[in-house]
Each structure stands twice: as structure tokens, then as C-alpha cells.
Design a protein around this ligand. Structure first.
Ligand code: ZN
Length: 170
């Protein structure tokens, strides 16, 4: 009995180690499957910030080597600006509009990130608004999004996996 237990434990440890080894090559300072969305609300407006690895959004993580790659970066960022309302979905009844503040591609060593900041302005206060997400639909490699929402009334957050779930503004 003792021996079987030891064997089971050894197999479990080996499985864990091999899972870690498989994961290792994709790991830099960031994870390509995880993104962050920070929402700051004040009355009927605020800011939305999206932070993600560049790979799922642009397709590579190095400084553009030629005009074609630069074009790819520009097109991807323009696409994100144009579709942000599909990534962070505020019910139409609030009448919100997004304005890009700062959207850029940042290379750091062997990896890169996309940082996108938008101002939002709505027709009415966002208190009580239920926000849903579509970042994984736009960028299928992004599997999980850590959402933080802060308003003058409080703070809330959720980990949104494959766009499932929502965050209610307090
Ligand atoms: Zn990376």
C-alpha cells in the first residue's frame, strides 16, 4: 500500500513538472492568453484601458522590420480603436461613445504589449450599468481578461474567461 501511494505521488509530481515544462517556452514577463481591462467611471463618463500582449492583436512582438510590418501594426491598432465598443460592451441605452486617447505598441526586449486607453462619454450616468466583454471574440488567443472597475461609489472586478461574465458598475 505504501509503495502504491509513493508511486501515485511520483507520477503526480512528474505530470506537474511536464505541464510546467510545456508551458515554459510561451512565458515571458507576460502571458499571451491574459489581458487586462481597467475601467474608471465618474458620472456619465470615464476611461477604459486595455493591456494585452501584442502577439494576439498584432501577430508578432518585435519592432517592425519593414514597411509591411509597420503597416500591420498600424492596421491592428486602427482596428482595435474602431472595435473597442465590441471589446468593452456597454448597453446601447447608455448612449456611450469611445474616443481613443493613447493607443500604442510597446516593444520590450523579446516581447511586446499593446496599451490602449479610451475616453468614454455617455448620455446618462453609468451607475448600475452591466458591462460585458468581447475581447476574446476579437482576438481568440486572449482567453482570460482581468477586469477592474472603479467608480466614485466603489470598486469591483472579475476574471472574464472567453468573454463569459459581466461587471456591474457600482
Ligand atoms: Zn510575448
Amino acid at each position: 500500500m505504501m509503495m502504491i501511494k509513493t508511486l501515485v505521488a511520483t507520477v503526480a509530481v512528474a505530470a506537474t513538472l511536464s505541464a510546467q515544462a510545456k508551458k515554459a517556452p510561451a512565458q515571458h514577463a507576460h502571458s499571451h492568453g491574459e489581458a487586462k481591462i481597467n475601467i474608471g467611471i465618474e458620472g456619465n463618463g470615464g476611461t477604459v484601458e486595455i493591456e494585452a500582449a501584442a502577439d494576439p492583436i498584432i501577430g508578432f512582438e518585435h519592432k517592425p522590420k519593414n514597411a509591411a510590418e509597420q503597416k500591420k501594426v498600424d492596421a491592428a491598432l486602427a482596428n482595435l480603436k474602431a472595435r473597442v465598443a465590441q471589446a468593452v460592451v456597454i448597453p446601447a441605452s447608455y448612449g456611450c461613445a469611445f474616443t481613443p486617447k493613447e493607443v500604442h505598441f510597446e516593444v520590450e526586449g523579446s516581447h511586446a504589449e499593446v496599451h490602449a486607453e479610451f475616453a468614454i462619454k455617455c448620455a446618462k450616468p453609468l451607475k448600475g450599468a452591466t458591462i460585458t466583454f468581447g475581447l476574446s471574440k476579437l482576438y481568440p488567443e486572449i482567453e482570460s481578461v482581468k477586469v477592474q472597475a472603479v467608480s466614485d461609489a466603489g470598486q469591483t472586478g472579475a476574471t472574464i474567461k472567453k468573454d463569459a461574465g459581466s461587471v456591474k458598475i457600482s
